[in-house]
Design a protein around this ligand. Structure first.
Ligand code: KG4
Ligand code: ZN
Length: 341
């Protein structure tokens, strides 16, 4: 059995997990900074680094305690080294290096986006290649073809806002809190998705790229047309005076239409056996249900708590790299702009 410790600090969750053989979660500890950043309506990078510093040691210790294992039971240390916030990544990478050095254990640097895809290995049934994955989070919207472990080709990406970023910005326009995705989803459940005709950015016919900033602007214009100042209105005023549920449902439907159409077309074009959803926005059940309806093949999607940032997914991705022989030395550095392919 191979038992890996995963560490994740790329954004606003301090996380550590122990996973055996890339599939079985022995522990999965997440210290969220959501409350800290909610005050500002978004992630504040310096505050995130400081919060990671405070949380990292107890979180790692908790991961060992929950798994009932000792340091000597760990085969290697895997850590997210990009993409993400530089100062946040630095905390995890340096802690991982320190542990690897002190214990003379192998160190592996893992791509955060690859980690999101490998959350799908933590659920029953092993994913099969070729696989088309949609990685939709607060910082990314990537459509990826995977022909095997570590063999990726990026088919499309966002040209402006990430899907999760659009959810967060629209939530703010509607006077909802942060992070916006789950709040929009909750409001949308009681709304009419056809009430407001919002634009879908298909881009040029063959493109697998995305664009969400026009949609965000359309919601903003709709808010103004409904008589609420999109710049100055208080959150309370927005919630009271806007048809929040219908706006949320119409916005969510526009995002889901584009994401689901492009992932289904990519799966057909590349003959994918599996379609996998990944990243925080994959926690959206309307997205999952729509892709399930439209794609005629098995859809993989982790449970919501494994869609958003966690370290189990990092340890899962690391397992395949560990068995393939990847080892990083202490010169491993953060790569804030690291792409998946
Ligand atoms: O993957 P993640 O936890 O962090 C990043 O790597 O960015 O994704 C966070 C993003 C946020 O923008 C959040 O609003 C969005 O995922 N999100 C959702 C839902 N849950 C989280 N978006 C739509 N529907 C959800 N249920
Ligand atoms: Zn993420």
């Amino acid at each position: 059995m191979t038992r890996l410790l995963g560490i994740e600090t790329s954004c606003d969750e301090t996380a550590a997990a122990i996973v055996s053989d890339g599939a079985r979660i022995e522990s999965n500890v997440i210290a969220s900074q959501t409350d800290l950043h909610a005050r500002y309506g978004g992630v504040m990078p310096e505050q995130a680094s400081r919060a990671h510093l405070r949380a990292i040691q107890p979180v790692v210790e908790q991961a060992l305690t929950d798994a009932r294992v000792d340091w000597s039971d760990i085969d290697a240390i895997a850590v997210t080294h990009g993409p993400g916030l530089a100062g946040a990544l630095l905390v995890g990478v340096n802690v991982a290096k320190g542990i690897a050095f002190a214990l003379s254990k192998p160190l592996l640097g893992i791509n955060h986006l690859e980690g999101h895809v490998y959350a799908n290995w933590l659920t029953p049934g092993e994913p099969r290649f070729p696989l088309v994955a949609l990685i939709v989070s607060g910082g990314h919207s990537d459509l990826v073809l995977a022909d095997g472990h570590g063999a990726y080709q990026r088919l499309g990406r966002t040209r402006d806002d990430a899907a999760g970023e659009a959810f967060d910005k629209v939530a703010r326009l509607l006077g909802l809190g942060f992070p916006g995705g789950p709040l929009i989803e909750r409001e949308a459940a009681n709304g009419d998705p056809a009430r407001f005709a919002l634009p879908r950015a298909w881009l040029d016919g063959e493109s697998f790229d995305f664009s969400f900033s026009g949609l965000k602007t359309a919601v903003r214009n709709q808010v103004a047309a409904l008589g609420v100042d999109p710049d100055t209105a208080s959150p309370k005023e927005r919630r009271e005076r806007l048809p929040v549920a219908d706006l949320a449902a119409s916005f969510q439907q526009a995002v889901v239409d584009v994401l689901s159409a492009k992932i289904v077309r990519a799966a057909e074009t590349y003959g994918a056996i599996n379609v996998a959803l990944a990243g925080g926005v994959a926690a959206n059940r309307t997205l999952l249900r729509t892709v399930e309806d439209r794609a005629q093949r098995p859809i993989l999607c982790p449970p919501p708590r494994l869609c958003t940032d966690n370290a189990a997914m990092i340890a899962a991705a690391a397992y395949f790299r560990y068995t393939a022989g990847q080892r990083n030395d202490l010169s491993l550095d953060v790569e804030p702009g690291l792409p998946i392919a």
